[in-house]
Design a binder for this molecule. Structure first.
Ligand SMILES: *[C@@H]1O[C@H](CO)[C@@H](O)[C@H](O)[C@H]1NC(C)=O
Ligand SMILES: *[C@@H]1O[C@H](CO)[C@@H](O)[C@H](O)[C@H]1NC(C)=O
Length: 358
């Protein structure tokens, strides 16, 4: 996903298109109203798909909200998705998810480096059993099936994700928002997840570093030292989300907010809504993850003894990413090949980013 610097698929960068609108107060107010109704979700949580409020009244705003509910709830239970998630799930119904398109799935590209990181990371190999690849097109799905046990093909109407969607193009935005919608579905199915972009190298098991009992945790492009400070600059490419009624509502609100901020991608919108009082009403707990453990090219994990993940954020272009991520893996191998006593006292530094720096 995109960093402030946009670490994206490919193509030129720069977020917001100048189409910044003031938050649509009406929608927010309506959403708060709907929250009352949404208490029903608490009761329907065990079987959320059957929940569908029959009416919100007669105004057109209510109609559009009602439509949102339909989009969220009136879907068929996806048996294939349930099967894949169930098979990959660790204890406590938790899975690791990533999305993959054709370009990233090519041999020697991002996907291979991603899988290699799990192999050479410390305590990460076993997590491959819990990793589900959400393929966005036919070719990516075929490659996944060939080399990984847990693959799910996400169908998106009217979208050809196999071509490298240009950053912030219409297709790109559609794909990003489709992902938020999909993750909401996963939460509704009762699965908690770690979502990770595939251009994130997993060098250590991140679970011991997550905050216990927090609903929503997210890595940062820029981390200012306090995990609760909403001014931190989150990067949606790495999140840990626990499935519960609060996170389901939050993802729905996030997805709805794309209409309030048209032309913007999910991460920009998250920055807009992260302080919204709706999140207080939901009582969502949120933490920002320290780049000391969850680093990236925007802000690296300096200490090799601490690093869990390294993200090729603040980096544009597929070739550039691949080049620099290879260096990250080499540096890591060099570090882990040191004898343990030397490792603890060594203070190596990353040779990456190189090409990503510009
Ligand atoms: C490998 O690690 C050693 C010890 O930290 C260091 O001196 C050397 O420069 C490293 N080599 C590379 C290529 O990073
Ligand atoms: C990997 O983890 C084991 C067990 O926690 C630890 O003893 C070892 O030092 C770790 N190695 C690295 C490279 O962190």
């Amino acid at each position: 996903m995109t960093g402030t610097g946009g670490d994206n698929m490919n193509g030129p960068v720069r977020s917001s298109s100048g189409l910044i609108h003031k938050p649509d107060v009406r929608i927010t107010v309506l959403f708060l109203g709907v929250l009352a109704v949404s208490c029903l979700v608490l009761y329907e949580f065990a079987n959320p798909f059957e929940f569908m409020p029959s009416s919100f009244g007669s105004s057109s705003d209510s109609d559009s909200l009602s439509m949102l509910y339909q989009q969220t709830y009136k879907r068929k239970i996806d048996l294939e998705l349930e099967r894949v998630l169930n098979k990959a799930s660790m204890k406590g119904k938790t899975v690791i998810l990533t999305t993959l398109n054709d370009a990233w799935a090519e041999p020697g590209s991002v996907f291979d480096l991603f899988l290699e990181s799990f192999q050479i990371g410390n305590g990460t190999k076993k997590l491959l059993n819990n990793l589900v690849i959400i393929s966005l097109d036919q070719k990516a799905h075929a490659r996944c099936l060939a080399i990984h046990p847990h693959c799910y093909a996400l169908k998106t109407e009217g979208l050809d994700s196999s071509s490298e969607a240009l950053f912030m193009s219409e297709d790109y935005l559609k794909m990003m928002w489709r992902r938020i919608e999909f993750l909401n579905t996963v939460l509704q199915m009762g699965y908690s997840f770690v979502f990770t972009d595939a251009d994130i190298m997993w060098l250590r098991n991140p679970f011991p570093r997550f905050y216990p009992r927090v609903d929503f945790q997210i890595a940062c492009d820029k981390y200012y030292g306090n995990p609760e400070d909403r001014n931190n600059r989150p990067n949606g490419g790495f999140t840990y989300v626990r499935s519960n009624p609060r996170t389901i509502l939050f993802y729905r609100f996030w997805f709805m907010s794309r209409k309030t901020y048209p032309g913007q991608h999910d991460q920009d919108v998250l920055n807009k809504i992260k302080k919204d009082r709706v999140l207080e009403k939901i009582e969502l707990t949120m933490r920002f993850l320290d780049t000391a453990y969850f680093g990236g090219f925007c802000e690296r994990s300096k200490d090799f003894n601490k690093v869990c993940t390294m993200h090729a954020n603040c980096c544009y272009g597929l070739g550039t990413k691949v080049h620099d991520l290879k260096i990250v893996l080499e540096d890591w191998k060099n570090y882990t090949s040191l004898p343990p006593n030397e490792r603890a006292s060594a203070s190596p530094s990353w040779r990456a980013p190189q090409n990503c720096r510009t």
